[in-house]
Design a binder for this molecule. Sequence first.
Ligand SMILES: Cc1ncc(COP(=O)(O)O)c(C=O)c1O
Length: 206
Amino acid sequence: MSNDLLRFEDEYLARYYSKKPINIVRGYMQYVWDSGNNKYLDMHTGFGVAFLGHRNPRIVNAIKEQLDKIITVPLTFYNDVRAEFIREFMRVVPNSFGKVFLQNSGTEAVEVALKIARKISGKAEFLAFMNSFHGRTMGSLSVTGNEKYRKAFEPLPYKVRFAPFNAVDQVDKLVTEDLAAAIVEPIQGEGGVNPAKQNSLGRLGR
Ligand SMILES: Cc1ncc(COP(=O)(O)O)c(C=O)c1O
């Protein structure tokens, strides 16, 4: 890997991941290539960001078509493509989902969920799980059950009780009158790829 330009990443990019000495320059579907034209099967998928693969022609064409029309339309106007997306999205989520709140990232979605729970319930506490990961902004960090991410930012804005993942009996003990909502990953990712037991999720919903 010899490219003088890359040192700018080392010198100026905030370092919060350790880095492999590979310069990825292009991708196609499930593969990526480095600057030496070595081909890799992409099992990293940019932490899930590229889980649909790279440069899938259908996705590339759809993006190009939209870029040629208009890039952004605020929510103060209608937009037919956005409406089509919402129609398709509502087809795949459970019927009980009433509204969509479009966000740019996972951590923003969690922030919105916490705020909505707080506003609707009028309560201030949350229940979350040990080893969970919900994002790096302050609200999401509050419900993230891993000391490694939280430590430097405490005190965090929300009061949160953490239950052991999949320990249904302990969840019951932590449900109090002050609880606004519980937040859970159906499959913990950061915590070690731990699927939630079906009965534990069902119990949480009641
Ligand atoms: C379960 C879960 N929630 C939220 C997030 C935060 O998402 P983002 O990195 O898009 O902010 C992640 C990221 O890995 C995640 O795994």
